[in-house]
Design a protein around this ligand. Structure first.
Ligand code: ARG
Length: 463
């Protein structure tokens, strides 16, 4: 076989590619992942060509059947195109011609690899988004279950990583459920822009053949078609949007990871890691390391990087297709795989890899000054202006700190010396349970609120 027969481009070329340039140019090592979508897209294209009378219906059927054969060959590991195929689109076309001869050469009528690769990438991403949304649901179900079991487990709530006010552990975890719910919704929104068909935009300007773009779109389950062929072949906004949504998922997983890492430290001891999700040190026998959340936190960087890379690829790209666009795939694939593996690992970690030390958590909120706001609120409720009450309590905390006492250790006489408005009920008002229960404003940590949030979460995560 001469080089000219091997290469799919026209006879315009006299000599073959430099071998190193062939490798440099090829996308087959990574775009082979798109093969099933490429085959499905080509089958729709073949059906459309037949329906529009551009090829005969027998030819259409032969193409569809041969493409299905390639799918089976690929699944059975019998189709392994090498670097000389350049990309998955050429690889499939070569094999098609091997199987059905000249009819195979008709498939590319009224199509270009430019609209083809855009179609494949969208079909791939559509599938992946659906899978990631499902994984987000599973993660949320695990969070919800822990929340339900821990309505009355308390955890110090922090601002500036300083103890601020105690909260229900359920409330804390439900914050992550809210974040991931936004992720789920955001992906649904991205999906709207992913699910538009560029097929039939041709190389850039459309085609001279009487094609039916709406028909291929319908066969492939696209909700609409691109309205401008130049935009259709060169738009990668949908990939950027996905990478943005993926980055936010990673932000949320990484924030939770960070919390778990310090909760698991000896200093906090709020959780213990189960052996199934922790690792040891090669030198320090006492160590148990939180590798899972650390890896999730670490992997966040590469997803952000892929978003940045894609933005830079697009910036300054003239219309329409440019080979730069081949660079969209590896980052996208890696972002998809990273998000999926992190979601899976975090779901397992939360479901069975962590044990919340409820005793330690509940005693943690009983040995600090995080009920100070409630003393001020107590006085304010009795008519003392809040700012005045706030200043007074600040003074009390200072005195307590100096005397090594907690607020609950003060006697009623001591309270009364500070302000005559204090009564027996101050002790109840500053107990952690009451401190949490009292924050009953909408969206607060009060039990009534959290119970309602749990109910609302049920209808979301089981939808
Ligand atoms: N492998 C190419 C890509 O991933 C397919 C499109 C090639 N188009 C072209 N005009 N060279 O973008």
């Amino acid at each position: 076989m001469t080089q000219q027969q091997q290469q799919t481009w026209s006879q315009r070329f006299e000599t073959s590619l430099h071998p190193a340039i062939a490798v440099f140019n090829a996308s087959i090592p990574f775009d082979i992942q798109l093969i099933e979508y490429d085959l499905t897209g080509s089958q729709a294209h073949a059906r459309m060509l037949a329906k529009c009378g551009i090829i005969s219906s027998q030819e259409g059927e032969k193409l569809v059947t041969a493409l299905e054969q390639i799918r089976q060959e690929y699944r059975q590991g019998e189709f392994n195109p090498g670097i000389d195929a350049e990309d998955v689109h050429f690889a499939v076309e070569h094999r098609l011609v091997e199987i059905i001869g000249d009819i195979g050469k008709k498939l590319h009528t009224a199509r270009s690899r430019n609209d083809q690769v855009g179609t494949d990438t969208r079909l791939y991403l559509r599938d992946q988004i659906q899978q990631i949304r499902q994984q987000l649901r599973e993660f949320q179900q695990v969070l919800l279950k822990i929340a339900e079991n821990n309505l009355e487990t308390f955890i110090p709530g922090y601002t500036h990583l300083q103890r601020a006010q105690p909260v229900s552990l359920a409330h804390h975890l439900l914050a992550y459920l809210e974040m991931t719910q936004r992720d789920w919704e955001r992906l649904g929104d991205v999906l709207k822009r992913v699910n538009i068909s560029p097929l039939g935009c041709g190389a850039l300007a459309g085609t001279t053949f009487p094609i039916d773009r709406h028909y291929t779109a319908e066969l492939l389950g696209f909700a609409d078609v691109y309205k401008n062929s130049l935009d259709g072949v060169s738009d990668r906004d949908f990939a950027i949007e996905f990478l943005g949504a993926a980055s936010l998922i990673m932000v949320h997983l990484s924030r939770l990871s960070e919390e778990i890492i310090f909760w698991a430290s000896q200093e906090f001891s709020f959780v213990t890691l189960k052996d199934s999700c922790a690792t040891g040190s090669s030198i320090m026998p006492q160590k148990k390391n939180p590798d899972v959340p650390e890896l999730v936190r670490g992997k966040t960087g590469r997803v952000f990087g892929h978003l940045q890379a894609m933005l830079v690829i697009m910036k300054g790209l003239p219309l329409a297709y440019n080979k730069d666009l081949q660079e969209d795939k590896e980052g996208l694939f890696d972002a998809v795989n990273t998000v999926k593996s992190c979601l899976q690992a975090m779901t397992i970690l939360m479901a069975e890899g962590l044990e919340f030390s409820t005793q330690r958590l509940n005693s943690a909120v009983d040995e600090d000054y995080s009920n100070a706001t409630d003393v001020a609120d107590y006085l304010a409720a009795k008519g003392v202006p809040f700012r005045e009450a706030y200043n007074l309590v600040g003074k009390v905390v200072r005195t307590c700190l100096a005397g090594g006492k907690l607020l609950k250790d003060l006697t009623l006489e001591e309270w009364r010396e500070l302000h005559p408005a204090f009564d027996e009920d101050i002790y109840q008002a500053i107990s952690p349970k009451q401190v949490v229960a009292a924050r009953n404003s909408f969206g607060g940590t009060g039990f009534t609120q959290v119970k309602q949030a749990i109910l609302a979460a049920h209808s979301i995560v089981n939808s």
